[in-house]
Unconditional design. Sequence first.
Length: 333
Amino acid sequence: MLRLLFTCFGFLAALACLAQPASTVPASLNATLDGYAYPFPVSYLPLKLEAKPVRMAYMDVPAAAKANGRTVVLLHGKNFFGAYWRETIKALTAAGFRVVVPDQVGFGKSDKPDIHYSFHQLAQNTRRLLDTLGVRKAVMVGHSMGGMLATRFALMYPEATEKLVLENPIGLEDYRVGVPYQTIAQAEATELKSTEASIRKYHATYYPHGYPAAHDEWLLPLAAQTRHPEFPQVARANALTFDMIYQQPVSYEFSRVQVPTLLIIGQDDRTVVGKGLIKDPQTLAAMGQYPELGRRTAAQIKGSKLVALPGIGHIPHLEDPGKFQAALLAFLW
């Protein structure tokens, strides 16, 4: 009966997602997406990083049904921002959860300082946010780069991590093994050349069976930033966080994770950070094999559960929200 309920709920959520009109996106947006509306109110946490004042944006959404006293934290991927969790937020709050969705420093509506970025620092910032909000323990859900961050958070703060959910996380393999090194200056130069067309071409790789028009809602704000005078700040942050991903793997530490863990893996995903830098066809073919990476990672995390989603690419919570939400809620209960 419970499984049937989740299935029906997921189907209705998928219909709601399809019916959701795309947000109006200005032609040009600054480094912190001012003028672009998020689906829920945005607040800011003041931080000081490397002696620089920095604001970290976040949404703190209360339960829409009877509150169950539990909190879920949703951590976005590198080429995204917190708003793309909209339908997941609705599903979780309808089930009684409080949901906290930060834009990590360097992303979305948060400031983009020129600092040394590290997953340890981002995890510490997230812990500071939860402490400020009075959240002592939370379920950490991370997609893509957010999966690397959620893993680091669980390793640093197991006492504050109720459960861990990894949705097609990057970092299941060490990119330094197959992806040629590039300097931050080289990465920044590439980022500065970004256009709507180049961003669209990259985002299309997230959907191996065809790019859905609905994804424009999450692509157009990024494209609008390329047309703003502050885009160099965004490009610099993008380059610095690319280097963070490349230089700070978590793939060797999954056996140290001690909290209940769920992996939700779209089986058709072939994402590799820095894929365009790989020249050797054999190396390229060997990397980004998410079916095998998911199984290997699940075997490393004691007691973890793996939910494989056939025919799904890099973003299950957007491509098939019904299946994603059903798997997530079943694990949380």
